[in-house]
Design a protein around this ligand. Sequence first.
Ligand SMILES: [Zn+2]
Length: 297
Amino acid sequence: MYQILSVAALAAQKGWKEWRFYNASFFLMAVPIIFLYGICIGSFLNVVIIRLPRGESLIKRSSHCMSCGAKIRLIDLIPVFSWLFLRGKCHSCGEKISARYPIVEALNGFLYLACFAAFGMNANTFIMCIFASLLVCVAFIDWDTMDMYIPMLLLIAALTIPSHFATHMPWMERIIGMFVISVPFFLIGEISGAVIKKKTGEKIRGVELGDTILMACAGLLLGWKAMIPAAFIGIILGAVCGLILKRSSGESKMAFGPFLCIGLLLGAMFGEEITRWYIRTFLQEPDIYMLLTSLVG
Ligand SMILES: [Zn+2]
C-alpha cells in the first residue's frame, strides 16, 4: 500500500504524463490487471470479427455454439481460461471450438501489455490500446473476407482528436503522415489496376482501396515518423508471407491488411526510434534527423 502511495506521489510530482512504471512491485501488480482487461476486451473483439461481416447485431442475442446452437453458459464465457478448461470443445455437443477465439483474446491482452510497456501509464496509452484493438478487428476481418470495414478505419482517424490532447504532436507531422504512404499506395493501386485491366480485363488492383484508406487514417493518428517504418515492415512481411503461401499452396490472392496492421503496431511503438536509428546509421549524419524534423514537423 505504501508503495502504491509512493508511486502515486511520484506521479503527482512528475505530472500525469510522465507517470511510468518506476516501481517493480507496482509493475508486477499492474501486469495481470492490464492483461485481464485486455483479454476481456479481446472477447468482445471476437464478437465483432465474427458478426460484423455478416451484418449481425453486436449486442443483441447472446453467444451460441456455431454447430449445435446451444447457448453458451456464463461460466464458459471467461476469456482464454474457459476455452482451456473445456479443452476447446462445446459443452453440449462436443464440437471443436476454434482456437482462434482464445488466440484473439490473448493477443489483445499481450498488445495492451506491450502498449503499457512502450508508452508508460498515461492518456496516450489508452488511445493506443483502442488503436491496437481496432487493428486486431481490421486484420482478422480482412483475413476472413478480403475486405475492410470502412467505419472502423474512420474510427482510427477519429482517435486523432483525443491523441492531439494527449501527445501534442504537431499537426504538420500528422498531415504528412496521412499522405506519405496513402498517396503512393493509391497511385500503385490505380496504375496496377489499369495495367491488369488492359492485359486481362479483370478488375484487380495491386493495392486495395481499403489498405490505402487504412494507411491514411493511421497516418493521421501516428504521424510520418511512425508511418514510414510501419509501411516498410508491413510490405516486407506481406511480400514474404505471400511468397511462402504461393510456394506452399499455389494461392496468389492474400489479404495484405493483416501485415499492414502488424507494421502499424510496430511503427506506433518503435517507429520514431527506427527512423532515428536509420538516419544515424545509414546517413551518418545525426543532424539530418533534426533537419528533417524541423522541416516537416
Ligand atoms: Zn455445440
